[in-house]
Write a protein that binds this ligand. Structure first.
Ligand SMILES: Nc1ncnc2c1ncn2[C@@H]1O[C@H](COP(=O)(O)OP(=O)(O)O)[C@@H](O)[C@H]1O
Ligand SMILES: [Mg+2]
Length: 242
């Protein structure tokens, strides 16, 4: 079965694109053939995060609207492939178009769809393309409320299997009452936890092979999330933030 995972949150700036890029890398490292899709129409960022922004010729919108072939829009990024989002909204796009494209991409066993903020058109498009979700939140009440709404919408769009990733967590701040505790976030979102990613300031570093995701506690936490998505029983670790 193809794993089609939407990374969503309802809220912007919580780390969806960052975690999507890290997850794509880690799923590829686990031997999967991975396609990463930026679904943030108008505000794409994976091309920047992955350092290929100057090389984008076509996007998945060009493919679904018949302006180019799939192979012309696919970008090779380390061990996985990337499809970028269009820079402008396009009236001709229908919400099931990405779903059809993804289902036709049978050469990939893992597809990761980076959803936009909000629960509008782009979110719906991303959800319809997926059969599982990782919902990302920060440990604050505003993000947690948005994630709760996103989980309800995901279910309405047919994605029942949603797991919670708490990003930029700092245990010390949570113990001081400045962030929510993990148990409270699980209770409020009624969503099973898949991992906790600590706050880490040096997430990205341009290296010789061009891979900008820095090895560190955040990437290690995403590696454990990738293992759990793969069905492995990996104990929960909450690393101290730096
Ligand atoms: N675990 C983390 N530790 C520190 N900074 C992070 C972490 N995850 C994401 N960030 C930063 O948070 C900002 C927003 O991340 P981004 O992935 O663009 O969010 P979204 O896609 O949800 O809008 C970026 O500057 C990113 O580098
Ligand atoms: Mg994003």
């Amino acid at each position: 079965m193809q794993h089609r995972i939407v990374v969503a949150s309802g809220k912007g700036g919580v780390g969806k694109s960052t975690l999507s890029a890290c997850l794509a890398q880690e799923m590829a490292r686990r031997g999967h053939s991975v396609l990463l899709i930026d679904c943030d129409i108008g505000l794409r960022s994976l091309d920047l995060i992955l350092g290929v922004d100057e090389h984008v010729l076509f996007t998945w919108a060009d493919v679904v609207l018949g302006r180019c072939e799939l192979h012309q829009a696919i970008m090779l990024r380390g061990d996985f492939h990337l499809l970028c989002a269009p820079l402008q909204p396009e009236r001709a796009l229908k919400d099931d178009m990405l779903q059809k494209l993804v289902k036709s991409c049978t050469q990939y066993d893992v597809v990761i769809v980076d959803a936009p903020a909000g629960i509008g058109f782009g979110f719906r498009m991303a959800c319809l393309a997926a059969n599982r979700a990782v919902v990302v939140t920060l440990a604050d009440p505003i993000c947690v409320r948005a994630v709760s709404a996103a989980v309800r919408q995901l279910r309405q769009h047919g994605v029942q299997d949603a797991r919670l990733a708490v990003n930029r967590f700092d245990r010390k701040l949570a113990l001081r009452g400045q962030l929510l505790m993990i148990d409270d976030i699980i209770d409020q979102t009624e969503t099973q936890l898949i991992g906790v990613v600590p706050q880490e300031s040096r997430l990205f570093a341009q290296t010789a092979d061009g891979m900008p995701l820095q090895e560190g506690i955040a990437l290690q936490a995403v590696r454990r999330i990738a293992g759990r998505l793969d069905g492995e029983n990996i104990p929960l670790v909450i690393d101290a933030a730096e």
